[in-house]
Design a protein around this ligand. Sequence first.
Ligand code: SAM
Length: 396
Amino acid sequence: HGGHDTEQCGPAYPSQFLRERHCPLPLDDEAGPEPNSWSPWTHRPYCASSSYCVFTNSKFHGSSDLGVSFISTPEVAASSLDVLEKSFSAPLAVTSDANATISPSYRIVDMPGKGKGVVARQRIERGSVFMVDYASIIAAVEFPEKMPGFQSHMLLDKAVEQLPDPQRVLSLARSSAADRAVMEDVMRTNAFSITLDDRPWMGLFPGISRINHACKPNAHTRFSQKLLTMSAVSIRDIEPGEEITISYAEFGTMYGQRQHSLLHNWGFRCTCALCTAPSAELIPSDRRRGRIGDIRQQIVELVQSKQFDRAVAMSKEMIDLVLKEELVAHLGEHYEVLTRLYYALRDATNTKKYARLAIAELERYGGEEVYGTTIGELSEILLGLAQLEKASSRPG
Ligand SMILES: C[S@@+](CC[C@H](N)C(=O)[O-])C[C@H]1O[C@@H](n2cnc3c(N)ncnc32)[C@H](O)[C@@H]1O
């Protein structure tokens, strides 16, 4: 059967090692010569001798511009097929940016010292989803370690080649100083960590990945499993001409740590507004970010030892610091913590106050898919309190 033919199931590589390849493809077993039988894939699955294959759907959402290639084992691809097929046929995602109905609110331009970058063309209001970008490549996190380098490069090259517009991916930034294979470097420089069907993956989103890093960013990104999109949401109002930025660094890290991790992991020396600010600004910022890190740890301990009053004080200090540092993408989660603490203390007034704030923030930055469960729980707390009030105000 064709699935075991060298030509069809991998490149004809003249090594003994690769000739022993087998294509254990649950998907390919029944594959006939006509592409329909590979559904939902538009190409014959392509496998390396290691058990990883490339699965491509180059007519994602019925659009001839959108395509996505997966690199995974056939077993994982088969077991995730339900989730994937749903996302392939989901309606096209839309932005919530009111001004962007006619043309995008941003453009991609050259940014001196940073390669390309994204700049606002018009005002983007806080909380708008101004960019929605479909995945081009989704690869199992562990795949490069499971095979010799030349094989992982072959899989990546095939994954790109089968996309409707390979150049869109091949032209992305490459930060490596070492002489790495093109696609490996593209992935290292641009891929996001994502979770899909409870597994960790690397996801490449060619539009979103043009957004540069800043330590005090004006946007953040969120991934949708349902649509296989990465969206950018503004975390404050962005003025026309302003560069749009997200943070690549861990939440609340200090100058030295950030510089180190950005240089080490991304290969650049950060020259964002905060990193180049005068020490009168940088030092207090560092002090606040250091404190954010400490509080994060301490709150956990206080809650475990049921010291809720002290946890409330710390949690409030945290919110104050987060607002001062403008690290507000996760503000809703901090309000949620405070809500639960007040609830544990049976303080109905503050529980209600912070539950409402939490819900508003969670909806603004994460939406239903990310925070649906939490929003549901907070709404139930509010409902429970309302019923209690009603019962206690009833005469008799
Ligand atoms: C995901 S890409 C961002 C888009 C990229 N500038 C481009 O031209 O496509 C990451 C790369 O952009 C550059 N970059 C991003 N943020 C930067 C910053 N704050 N300072 C300097 N370079 C930055 C670095 O070269 C980094 O490896």
